[in-house]
Design a protein. Structure first.
Lengths: 232, 130
């Protein structure tokens, strides 16, 4: 006997993500899912971001790693913002963050009054792209030490992201790396994707990154005001 | 592993889809899988073997309908499929495209067979059987 099902394998995750998305929207919190492969410079970039923006935005961070609280400790030293670490080995060593673990971490934060919640995902270019965690936008960090064709090898990640950061560009004089090829590879899988070249070390490109974040936060607040003002 | 987490979710969806109250054996699961999910069918089968052990899904086969990446072009309105990047419209070459297919991970259907109810259909067990 055949039973028709037609259900998304990840529907449980999508349900939780949808609930969280609605909660964040209600509070006007802009949620950014920051993803990359391990070692791309995500945490250092985040340290710089928090130091630069925590004076003007109310920010909280959820950090995901398989093991250690190193990243949360580093981030907590960068700025006076609440940082919560998820170690997925407590959940079976998942290589990505799922909506229910982010929900649990968010429950330990005061979301009301926040402008920006950044979720630093587990370093992995495959699985995090599959799992909706209720975010508004997704950013991928790709370092110049990783090979120009990474977007072609991991098309889903680059397809689902809203901005790509090409990091560690201060190393370019020491590398045989073509920024043009990397940009082309990104455009091949996601035509029109915004790409920002950054260096956490020298500060190159960081102002453009901060401006992007500030714009997203502003638009989220405007959307909330519009939703609440237009009801009834 | 990518496929292991997916196998665990798949088992959950399948278990919830079984007819309630009836003892059944799960024979097969049909999955619609988009190419962009990067799920390797062989790896998913292996992971399902592991997670399905001692469950109703033990021994069930996994069948796949693979879905190509489908692009909808905002320039010319055409929908075309692509095998690999670049993701540009297959009709006009335009880059203003939206991915409208290829991300699916859907349990389409399951095939079950009834298990004999204990003590009711097996005549050898029935004291009143002729």
């Amino acid at each position: 006997m055949q039973i028709k099902v037609v259900r998304d394998v990840l529907d449980a995750n999508k349900t939780v993500a949808g609930q969280m998305r609605a909660e964040y929207a209600d509070l006007g919190v802009f949620v950014l899912n920051l993803m990359s492969s391990p070692g791309s410079g995500k945490t250092t970039l985040l340290q710089k971001t928090l130091a630069a923006l925590s004076g003007q935005l109310k920010i909280a961070v959820i950090v995901g790693d398989i093991c250690t609280t190193n990243d949360a400790e580093r981030l907590a030293k960068s700025a006076d913002v609440p940082v919560t670490q998820i170690c997925t080995d407590a959940f079976g060593g998942d290589c990505h963050l799922a909506a229910h673990v982010v929900r649990e971490a968010a429950a330990g934060l005061t979301l009301a009054g926040l402008d920006l919640l950044i979720v630093e995902n587990v370093g992995n270019l495959v699985c995090p792209a599959e799992f909706d965690i209720g975010e508004d936008k997704r950013a991928v960090v790709l370092s110049v030490t990783e090979g120009e064709d990474k977007p072609l090898k991991y098309p889903l990640m680059f397809q689902v992201c809203d901005v790509a950061l090409l990091s560690k560009v201060d190393l370019l004089p020491h590398l045989d790396y073509s920024v043009k090829l990397a940009r082309q590879a990104i455009q091949d899988v996601h035509p029109g994707l915004t790409v920002i070249e950054v260096s956490s070390k020298t500060g190159q490109g960081l102002e453009a990154w901060y401006a992007w974040i500030i714009q997203q936060v502003k638009e989220k607040k405007e959307q909330r005001a519009g939703d609440q003002g237009g009801g009834g | 592993m990518h496929e292991m987490g997916i196998a665990m979710q798949l088992l959950r969806v399948v278990e919830e889809s079984l007819p309630p109250g009836e003892p059944v054996r799960l024979k097969s699961i049909r999955l619609r899988l988009g190419k962009l999910t990067a799920v390797v069918p062989g790896s998913l089968r292996m992971c399902m073997e592991i997670v399905a052990k001692d469950t109703v899904a033990e021994g069930a086969t996994l069948e796949f309908d693979e879905v190509p990446v489908r692009l909808a072009c905002r320039d010319c309105g055409a929908e075309t499929t692509v095998e690999q990047p670049p993701f540009v419209c297959g009709s006009c070459g335009g880059k203003k495209v939206d991915v409208v297919g290829g991300r699916e991970m859907i349990v389409e259907s399951i095939e079950v067979e009834d298990l004999p109810a204990s003590g009711s259909s097996n005549n050898e067990d029935k004291p009143n059987a002729n």
